[in-house]
Write a protein that binds this ligand. Structure first.
Ligand code: NAD
Length: 247
């Protein structure tokens, strides 16, 4: 479904991002995965190469909070492969801090990675995609971008912003042949969720109409669809993949 496509996936070293990278490789794309440290990037690459040594995948770890570093990485990928078809902004951090404990520094950290860094990657990618008159941008939102959450306001605030920029950029960039969508995962069995005690997990499952936690592959399938030509008329969409839990 992604033959000859070149993709960048941020936060591709584990969890949902790793599943997206693998899914894209299985479907014929060339992928550059970004992570926060060289060590985790190398580990992810080794694990992918162990599955299939021929997969065209490489990695880098620019500081996503540094617009110039992100721009340099995006431009290097576009220069090396002569194009950039897909940008997945998946790196993100969660937040559960009650508001009376939140510091400005904490709030800024969540917003900076979940919102600013998304734009830092989009800005140079759009220049490349405009020249091609084609491209797909997919942002990772969250089910809490619909109704918020009980504690940790920075996280839903950041994901509402992700939805806002997704919808707006779809309108702005549609005439340039660029589609912009988001995926809003529900609770997904990444390392974070796997570490929770059983007595916390069961009530979560009971609140999900499909009665199970999502898998990274459930999410990756949505990212595959949105990146592919099967979604050629889908833009400005925030696709919930949450077993109807919403929040
Ligand atoms: P994870 O913690 O397993 O992975 C996060 C990824 O982001 C890692 O690859 C990590 O290297 C990268 N990252 C984190 N901080 C970074 C930084 N400062 N600089 C560069 N990279 C950084 O998380 P996940 O559960 O796979 O989440 C991925 C995305 O899905 C996030 O945007 C998250 O908000 C969203 N999401 C997750 C869930 C869930 O239940 N797991 C639910 C809704 C939305």
């Amino acid at each position: 479904m992604l033959k000859n496509k070149v993709a960048i996936v941020t936060g591709g070293t584990r969890g949902i991002g790793y599943a997206i990278v693998k899914k894209y490789l299985e479907n014929g794309a060339t992928v550059v995965l970004l992570g926060s440290r060289q060590e985790t990037v190398d580990k992810a690459l080794a694990s992918l190469k162990a599955e299939n040594p021929d997969w065209p995948v490489e990695g880098a770890c620019p500081d996503l909070g540094d617009a110039a570093a992100v721009e340099a990485t995006v431009n290097a990928v576009a220069e090396k492969y002569g194009r950039l078809d897909i940008l997945v902004n998946n790196a993100g951090i969660s937040d559960s801090m009650p508001t009376d404990k939140v510091s400005a520094e904490h709030f800024d950290k969540v917003i900076k990675l979940n919102v600013n860094s998304v734009m830092y990657a989009i800005m140079p990618a759009v220049k490349v995609m405009k020249q091609q008159h084609s491209g797909v941008i997919i942002n990772t939102s969250s089910m809490v971008s619909i109704s918020g959450q009980k504690s940790g306001v920075a996280y839903p605030a950041s994901k509402f912003a992700v939805n806002g920029l997704t919808l707006s950029l779809a309108r702005e960039l549609g005439p340039d042949g660029i589609r912009v969508n988001a995926v809003a995962p529900g609770i997904t069995s990444t390392d974070m969720v796997a570490a929770l005690p059983e007595q916390m997990i069961q009530p979560m499952i009971n609140a999900i109409p499909l009665r199970r936690i999502g898998t990274p592959e459930d999410m990756a399938n949505a990212f595959l669809f949105l990146a592919s030509d099967m979604a050629s008329y889908v833009t400005g969409e925030v696709l919930s993949v949450d077993g109807a839990m919403r929040s």
